[in-house]
Design a protein around this ligand. Structure first.
Ligand SMILES: CC(C)(COP(=O)(O)OP(=O)(O)OC[C@H]1O[C@@H](n2cnc3c(N)ncnc32)[C@H](O)[C@@H]1OP(=O)(O)O)[C@@H](O)C(=O)NCCC(=O)NCCS
Length: 146
């Protein structure tokens, strides 16, 4: 979370304290709500390479999928694999009809991942202040999860 490249489209670099606060919130979400974003580890070495999962989309009643992966491991399919598992698990266990994602136009790698996940572009929305436009992607619940 200190890497300017990784955090370019997700709020900018964080200090260790800010990151530890986010980790505490992630833990808290599991204690109170029972679901949220998780650490992503490689299967072979158990190295920590990022986070992924579903969480409430701020100021809405919807759920979004979110992920960030360490830049040295980009392009290995980790975000797609982790997000696929998170989405399947969310549809299996939560009474939700769709999962959303927001992404800035310039974030081509993330747009590619969302497309690989089967998500479709729905419309433009406001991102964070100063209201840069973002893209809203959506994935509807499939029958196999009913
Ligand atoms: C987006 C992100 C999570 C992808 O992680 P990853 O593990 O590299 O993702 P995957 O390997 O599963 O897939 C990446 C895809 O994007 C493609 N890609 C990478 N850079 C790209 C670019 N500049 N333009 C277009 N496609 C790009 C890759 O080729 C790959 O597609 P392919 O399988 O068809 O070849 C990672 O880049 C990241 O952490 N970015 C910073 C945080 C972030 O922006 N999170 C998302 C917020 S919406």
């Amino acid at each position: 979370m200190a890497d300017p490249q990784v955090t370019q489209f997700i709020g900018g670099p964080r200090s260790r304290d800010m990151t530890m606060d986010s980790v505490a919130k992630m833990h808290g979400a599991f204690e109170t709500r029972g679901w949220g974003t998780l650490a992503v580890l490689t299967k072979s070495t158990r190295d920590y390479i990022g986070y992924c999962g579903v969480r409430p989309l701020t100021n809405t009643t919807d759920v979004e999928v979110a992920f960030a992966i360490k830049s040295s491991t980009w392009g290995n399919g980790y975000a797609t694999e982790a997000a696929t598992a998170a989405i399947d698990n969310a549809f299996k266990h939560l009474p939700i009809q769709r999962i959303l994602a927001t992404v800035y136009h310039q974030n081509s790698a993330c747009i590619r991942v969302l497309t690989k996940l089967g998500m479709t572009l729905t419309r433009e929305v406001f991102g964070v202040w100063p209201h840069d436009l973002a893209l809203l992607y959506s994935l509807e619940r499939r029958k196999k999860f009913d």
